[in-house]
Ligand binder design. Structure first.
Ligand SMILES: [Zn+2]
Length: 231
């Protein structure tokens, strides 16, 4: 952790009601990030564009309808900080708030009009116990709140505990994630259009591994929405 990050973390022990980006005091209606910073979010708006970056990344790897990411993730950028807080600093409400914003953007669009159910990418139960929550589930909750699309939390499960993907190359990541997901009851997803929700897409191997497990369900359609995109 860099010195500046340590100072940042430290200050939040004493000033928890400050914006995690700029440090300004938050209003009671704001959650972790102030309104000024929210206006500066590096949104992709790529849901409007068929053949966007994430769709190109996933093309030919599994059948899907559409894919989109809410914001660009750049090293040292604003959204890296937001993702870090959602994943590692117990800012669960920030995950919900970001999911809500993403859902609001997609509301009324072709992207979500035929989605039947939201499926957050699951963590292994051991990992979820360690973290205390699944960050993708929190994002999905905010998304569901705004769009009124129901969430399925227990039908797609991660059956193999695997270490963090951080620092692994593309081939290693793929070896790491194939065959680690399972659909408990395939008939529950049959004939449904599923929206897979994840926090960050990097190589797409986790989404691909989920899609392989979901392919056991008959006549299924898959779309993908991630909060951040590292491309
Ligand atoms: Zn701010």
């Amino acid at each position: 952790m860099k010195f500046s990050e340590i100072i940042h973390e430290f200050s939040h022990l004493f000033f928890p009601n400050c914006c995690i980006i700029c440090g300004a005091k938050l209003l009671s209606s704001e959650e972790s990030v102030c309104l000024k910073c929210l206006y500066k979010l590096p949104k992709t708006n790529d849901f409007k564009e068929v053949g966007n970056g994430i769709e190109t990344l996933l093309a030919g790897r599994f059948p899907f309808e559409r894919a989109a990411s809410f914001c660009e993730f750049s090293k040292g950028g604003m959204f890296q900080s937001i993702i870090h807080h959602i994943k590692y600093s117990h800012r669960e409400k920030l995950g919900i708030a970001m999911g809500r914003l993403f859902g609001k953007d997609l509301l009324g669009s072709d992207f979500i009009c035929s989605i039947d159910v939201i499926v957050p990418v699951p963590l292994h139960s051991k990992k979820q116990r360690e973290r205390g929550y699944n960050q993708s589930e929190r994002i999905a909750e905010g998304f569901s709140e705004v769009t009124a699309i129901p969430i399925s939390r227990d039908n797609l499960v991660r059956i193999v505990y695997n270490p963090t993907q951080t620092g692994l190359g593309k081939t290693q990541r793929w070896e790491n994630v194939k065959n680690i997901f399972k659909v408990v009851n395939p008939s529950e997803f049959a004939h449904k259009h599923i929206l897979l929700i994840d926090d960050v897409v990097t190589t797409g191997s986790t989404l691909e591994a989920c899609a392989i497990a979901l392919s056991k369900c008959s006549n299924i359609k898959i779309s993908v929405a991630t909060l951040a995109k590292v491309l």
